[in-house]
Design a protein around this ligand. Sequence first.
Ligand code: PMP
Length: 355
Amino acid sequence: MTRIFNFAAGPSAMPLPVLEQAASEMTDWHGVGYSILEMSHRSKEFMGIYRETVEMLRELYGIPEEYEVMFVQGGGHLQFAMIPLNFAVGGIGNYAVDGVWSRKAFNEAQKIGEAAEVACTELRAPRQDELAVTDGAAYLYYCSNETVNGIRYWYRPEVNVPLIADMSSDFLSQPVDISKYGLIFAGAQKNFGPAGLTVVIARKDLLGRAESTTPTMLDYQTYANFESMYNTPPTFAIYISHLVCKWLLAEGGVKEMERRSILKSQKIYDAIDNSDGFYYNNIEKRSRSRMNVVFNLKNEELNQLFIEEALQKGLANIKGHRIVGGMRASLYNAVSVEAAEALADYMKAFAERHS
Ligand code: PMP
């Protein structure tokens, strides 16, 4: 077997035990004589997998009873539309913009209803005192971790309207007090499972407020009423996420994931900061992402060589997003401390050879 260290931003590294278990159950799931791919979503076996996944999520985050856990398709992008459709009715969606994904969410909300940009920052997350919501604000929306820009909120905003967060790229990577939120969502393809599944956790009393003309599948209430099975859900993705939840619980849960992510990201930031400017990262220090470490080489002519030699050493997918260029190492839960160490060592050796 040749598995290499994968720093992809999403879809991204999966825990090896999850892949191995899925492979071993691929043709016959638990002795039923067929695979999970061939199983009805309404069978008692699949309903068991589905309900256990929700229960494990509740355990991992300590999700209160007053919150609904829903599985939606359409990725983060569909959430950009569903949030204003369900929550901005008669009010103004307020957006804090500090990177690519919060910008896209704001743009989409403007197409759908009234939306206001309450903060706009570059290379850092806005501070609490910059987040003054407008009169008639329906909610405050922010992205807890900007995957492309490598920016994270180091605090949870406090506002007197429902708080909505895109946690796609830092989902299950640290404890979150769900009771402080109106809604959080996350595309699965980073820390939770395969692409095609999006988790939405929302306060039940906020649901059911969409206009009556809202299409059935764009109304959160539909998902709440039918245990996310009004239509056929992405069964295989849910099954893999079930295995990921089990793995997370066995590894020590979100507190342990937070401990590891601090350690992993620190290794890469140290390699950057101790390189005498060979590598640089312009993000304000406290806003530096622990999930997506973005950096540049001072000598951009070395970019291609840096990527090629990394791959030869078994360090894959470190090229930055095309919008910002440079490099990006994504350090999601399934990326080991050993992988981060290997990348940091490589960075030091490369800098020594080319300084
Ligand atoms: N939000 C964040 C923070 C993301 O990183 C991404 C995708 N990388 C999205 C939203 C969009 O997700 P999708 O491609 O699933 O629509």
